[in-house]
Design a binder for this molecule. Structure first.
Ligand code: ATP
Ligand code: MG
Length: 552
């Protein structure tokens, strides 16, 4: 086992190791089985990294299977988005399947169950089924239709398929045990009638649809899956998973293993809620950079490597827990710190006029792309008499702890000269609109003689800089667990998006490609958005803030 693989060891890998050692399996086959009823989110990434990662590490294979048994909510555009996201995360599936490809086989297995007296057509309404089901403390009651003859059941099931009966009038149910302490085994439904829906794969070919708990084990077995990994809420369904496979003639019996789902603070992860955010316009779409979707994280500027690393760091366990947003942010910082080229961008521009610098002169300076990695080269900067600095980097008065520009004090302009602030110019309202300064021409790339300049600030040429729109993001919700007390929408953070329209970025960023990532020095990591602003200015999304801003 490689070190990297050992580092990822978890209880599931231990089961697999044992199965390979005992000869139960010669190879490992997993699958990732999303329902195409929405975009994938970071929780799905955990399952993807687990399933595809295991296949990779054990030289096995992982299928992508669309679990599409509920035509009311499933759409082709979600299929396309899911495929794109899985590929973007860096994985290639072995086989691509749709559970709906198995509808005919599923039907045949249902007939087999009927023939064996293991399934029956039930005429109880949904409400009656609930009444008959019993509770955790009381056994259920048997349906009056439970003892229909095999012939009658076969006839009714065929006629269900042929469309003779309206929605809700009948179901096909497994005949297991109404007294089972596990409610999932109290004659669960296997098929229901759904007329008038167009399935994204099978169109109007079917008006009966198999239930998830019936479809899933058979789909797994048909694909020869060895280990069927799912989240903890399916633990109580495992006896049904096994019952289905034990009672039909199929050779393969995958082992279902449950792991804890990922919960992340300050966001929501159920597709129902994510769909609501999109449909009601609380966000700009599934790929809004504030969304916990893979598409949102991609647009925000996350890298596939950072997401995979995050999934490795959180690990795989049996215990439910909620992960801090800071853990996700740390992985993208760690990923980008060594790789993101440094640039300068002024978000709150304040003009600085260097009175002893020649008017009209444009000087080309070099700025290293990375302070610790010379191999990343450098880019050209334009220095001029008028430059923008950040409003936050100037104060008329401050104590010694303030290492930026103070009236009468000196500061270094990053990659350029040392300047001294001489006076401020105010507008009629008394607001500072301009600073007049002088520069020391001897300080390019070296320290001034006899005095120490501790502060360094960033800047952009006023005439050469590029106007840009910068989008700053905060968490989408104000509370760690949205919806804990009432409507989750009431917990939306009204300030999750801040659009900075007056930003100016260094001219080299004119060549930034859409999706390209940078560190804006002292501000954070940013990514050029996939769309420009309405007035054609480039848009930069904040990926994540810097942990610390560099001082002197
Ligand atoms: P939702 O409740 O958001 O609709 P789901 O579980 O119904 O999610 P599926 O498309 O059925 O979504 O999920 C595909 C796979 O991803 C399943 O195996 C599921 O267990 C896994 N998965 C979904 N959400 C998470 C999560 N938060 N953490 C880990 N795995 C997850
Ligand atoms: Mg589901």
């Amino acid at each position: 086992m490689s070190d990297e693989k050992a580092a990822r060891s978890n209880f599931i890998r231990q089961i697999i190791d044992a199965d390979l050692a005992s000869g139960k399996h010669q190879t490992v086959r997993t699958r990732f089985p999303p329902e195409p009823n929405g975009f994938l989110h970071i929780g799905h990434a955990k399952s993807i990294v687990l399933n595809f990662g295991i296949a990779q590490d054990y030289n096995g294979s992982c299928n992508l299977r669309f679990d599409d048994t509920n035509p009311a909510k499933e759409e082709d555009r979600f299929v396309a988005a899911i495929e794109e996201d899985v590929r973007w995360l860096g994985y290639q599936w072995h086989e691509l399947h749709f559970a709906s490809d198995y509808f005919e086989q599923l039907y045949d297995y249902a007939v087999e169950l009927i023939e064996k007296g293991k399934a029956f057509v039930c005429d109880l309404s949904a409400e009656q089924v609930r009444e008959y089901r019993g509770t955790l403390t009381e056994p259920g009651r048997e349906s009056p239709y439970r003892n229909r003859s095999v012939e009658e059941n076969l006839d009714l099931f065929r006629r269900m398929r042929e469309g003779e009966f309206p929605d809700g009038s009948r179901t096909l149910r497994a005949r297991i045990d109404m007294a089972s302490p596990n409610i999932n085994l109290r004659d669960p439904a296997l098929y229901r009638i759904r007329h008038g829906l167009i399935h994204h794969q099978t169109g109007d070919a079917w008006c009966i649809y198999p239930m998830y708990d019936y479809t899933h084990p058979i789909s797994d077995a048909l694909e020869g899956i060895t280990h069927s990994l799912c989240t903890l809420e399916f633990e109580d369904h495992r006896p049904l998973y096994d019952w289905v496979l034990d009672n039909i003639s199929i050779d393969c019996h995958p082992q279902q293993i449950e792991f804890a789902r990922l919960n992340l603070e300050y966001t929501v992860m159920s597709k129902r809620r994510l769909t609501q955010l999109v449909e009601e316009g609380h966000v700009s779409g599934w790929d809004d950079p504030r969304m916990p979707t893979i598409a949102g994280l991609r647009r925000r500027g996350y890298t596939p490597a950072a997401i995979r690393e995050f999934c490795d760091r959180i690990g795989v366990t049996k215990a439910d827990s909620t992960v801090h947003m800071g853990m996700l942010e740390a992985t993208i910082r760690d990923d980008l710190d060594p790789t993101a080229p440094r640039r300068m961008a002024v978000l709150r521009p304040l003009k600085l006029v260097i009175t002893n610098y020649p008017e009209g002169q444009v000087e080309t300076l070099q700025g290293p792309n990375h302070p610790k990695d010379e191999s990343m080269g450098s880019r050209e900067l334009r220095f001029t008499r008028e430059i923008w600095i950040d409003r936050e980097d100037f104060r008329e008065q401050a104590n010694k702890k303030y290492k930026r520009l103070v009236l009468g004090g000196e500061v270094r302009l990053r990659n350029a000269y040392v300047v001294r602030a001489d006076e401020v110019v105010r507008d009629e309202a008394g607001e500072i609109v301009e600073i007049h300064a002088t520069y020391d021409p001897e300080t390019l790339g070296r320290n001034p003689e006899g005095r120490k300049v501790r502060g360094v600030i960033h800047w952009v040429s006023a005439s050469e800089g590029l106007p840009a729109q910068v989008r700053l993001y905060d968490r989408l919700f104000r509370v760690p667990t949205p919806g804990k007390e009432g409507d989750f929408l009431a917990d939306l953070n009204p300030d999750s998006l801040q659009i900075v329209d007056e930003a100016v970025v260094e001219p080299s960023l004119a060549g930034a490609e859409m999706g390209e990532r940078f560190q804006f020095e002292r501000e954070g990591y940013f990514c050029r958005d996939i769309e420009d602003a309405e007035d054609d200015r480039p848009v930069f999304n904040q990926i994540v803030s810097l942990r610390d801003s560099w001082g002197g």
